[in-house]
Design a protein around this ligand. Structure first.
Ligand code: AMP
Length: 224
């Protein structure tokens, strides 16, 4: 199972990504987490990206793409599945990621869109701020991250819709409801992802995907 997630900050990417990864026994590759880990360890990369994270801006594409390539190579060695969380964030990353995935025989089966409105995700992020003290969970930086999401990340959804792999889920509900819908739908999809031995890299035939997810495609637009 190879899933990539597209969602505004605060929609639950980290939580749902971890649950999907645990359920299917696949690596959870979260670019924000990887970057924050570099910052915490004060590596050269961490020092170079810290300001971007603090300001709620995207770090340069190539930095993320190099990191993701390495993680996808490791995921391939670990069995071939993954949950990508936090990437791609813009159209250039989406195209570059696709080329990397084709080269490695690791193209995504599903682009999972967690759909949630700005007011709700802002409320959640401010609540998280009180607990986790992330440098980018202030009201001002949250607004910046949301603006960036609408401007450069949300437009990539139509690209996945055109490829026939977009699945949109209403993420405004409690975590358990959202996760049971996601896990149930991904599980129903598994039989369609069976690949012939030796052809693990082929994109799966996913014409039944909309059906497996109860034709959620129509709900694929972002909420304002
Ligand atoms: P996240 O944990 O996904 O909310 O990401 C936190 C921060 O890490 C973002 O605000 C960006 O500064 C940076 N970041 C994470 N993923 C990416 C990415 N794919 N491209 C550029 N910057 C990223």
């Amino acid at each position: 199972m190879r899933v990539l997630m597209v969602a505004p900050p605060g929609a639950g990417k980290g939580t749902q990504g971890a649950l999907i990864a645990a359920h299917f026994g696949i690596p959870h590759i979260a670019t924000g987490e990887l970057l924050r880990d570099h910052v915490a360890r004060r590596t050269a990369l961490g020092l170079a990206v810290q300001e971007y994270l603090d300001r709620g801006e995207l770090v340069p594409d190539q930095v993320v793409l190099d990191m993701v390539r390495e993680a996808v190579v490791a995921a391939r060695a670990a069995g071939g599945g993954y949950v990508l969380d936090g990437v791609p964030r813009n159209m250039r990353q989406a195209r570059a990621l696709y080329l990397i995935a084709v080269e490695l025989g690791m193209t995504a089966d599903v682009a999972l869109h967690l759909d949630a409105g700005d007011a709700e995700v802002t409320r959640r992020l401010l609540a998280r701020a009180a607990l986790e003290h992330r440098s980018d969970d202030t009201a001002e930086v949250i607004a910046q991250r949301l603006a960036l999401y609408h401007e450069v990340t949300a437009p990539i959804l139509s690209w996945y819709r055109d490829r026939g792999i977009l699945v949109s889920v209403d993420a405004m509900r409690p975590v358990r409801q959202v996760s049971s819908e996601i896990l149930g739908a991904l599980t129903r999809l598994l039989p369609f992802l069976d690949r012939e031995p030796g052809r693990a890299g082929d994109p799966a035939e996913l014409t039944a995907l909309g059906e497996a997810f109860g034709a959620t495609d129509a709900a694929a637009g972002t909420r304002g």
